[in-house]
Design a protein around this ligand. Sequence first.
Ligand SMILES: NC(=O)c1ccc[n+]([C@@H]2O[C@H](COP(=O)([O-])OP(=O)(O)OC[C@H]3O[C@@H](n4cnc5c(N)ncnc54)[C@H](OP(=O)(O)O)[C@@H]3O)[C@@H](O)[C@H]2O)c1
Length: 296
Amino acid sequence: MNNAAISPLVFGAWRLADTPAEANADAVAQKISMALEHGITSFDHADIYGDYTCEELFGAAVEKHKLPRSKMQIITKCGIKLISKNRPEHGLKTYDTTREHVMRSVDRSLKNLKTDFIDLLLIHRPDPLMNPAELSETFNTLHKQGKVKNFGVSNFTPAQVRMLQSGMNQKLVSNQIEFSLLHTEPLYNGQLDQCIEMGMMPMAWSPLAGGRMFAQSEERTRRVRETLTQLAAKYNTAQPETIAYAWLLRHPARIVPVLGTGKAERLKAAVAALKIHLEHEDWFHLLKAAVGHDVP
Ligand SMILES: NC(=O)c1ccc[n+]([C@@H]2O[C@H](COP(=O)([O-])OP(=O)(O)OC[C@H]3O[C@@H](n4cnc5c(N)ncnc54)[C@H](OP(=O)(O)O)[C@@H]3O)[C@@H](O)[C@H]2O)c1
């Protein structure tokens, strides 16, 4: 799997259950349809989203409204165990990448999402007890059974990716990482370098810093917002967030932003970024606003 196999922007399902009035099959179906209409065909889940309820909400919406699974790519994650009334067997928050947990988690995700297969399964966070040989066997089994087509990771350091990849014959196709103008570490910590080097597809979660980019009054955030607004005018686009997405898309690692909004206007603003190629100096103006000084 590479960038060609998923849409250039991904719809994130994390917040699907946040607003009780919208946590139902009809409202969720509307959001899925809206994403599909905008060419956003890939959907990012995790077993734990919405306290283990978002996958089921999504599956119920797809089933009730007969939404075309064949036109979607489903990403989901496993490996975090939360304390939850929906998982009474968990006695403590832990990470778990054992065969038993991963197989069980995938089976539950398939059932909840009402699908026969997952396009891309990510290990949600690095598990200190992760055994690459065991996980490799698990991935092989899931692949052979047709339950998962591709595998990747999330929030892994480059060393953790190398360690895991060294023990497995399935290629890790993606590292989903936090990256935005308010979280620029991946430019310097090797995560993006490694994606280019290993031909992995980086996905950027919280591309608007979870909404803080447009809500916070902290000096750095105000600086970023001001620059975004100036550039929005220059590029003749209505919304400053369009420029924030364009900044991510301009990186040569071919970053795929994972969108957090469920609002039509904001989805449209994200899609507008696909047509904007930031000029060299403009990209650096934004970096300067983000870090507070010129590059050294
Ligand atoms: N792998 C991981 O560990 C991990 C961690 C976190 C998230 N994720 C994935 O990444 C996805 C996106 O993360 P995110 O939700 O944090 O993304 P985000 O796009 O940075 O933030 C979305 C939030 O910002 C708000 N927002 C969007 N535009 C805004 C604007 N112009 N002004 C004010 N608020 C605005 C949205 O509200 P509205 O809905 O009202 O627009 C929503 O609450 C998640 O759904 C999930 O799939 C992955």
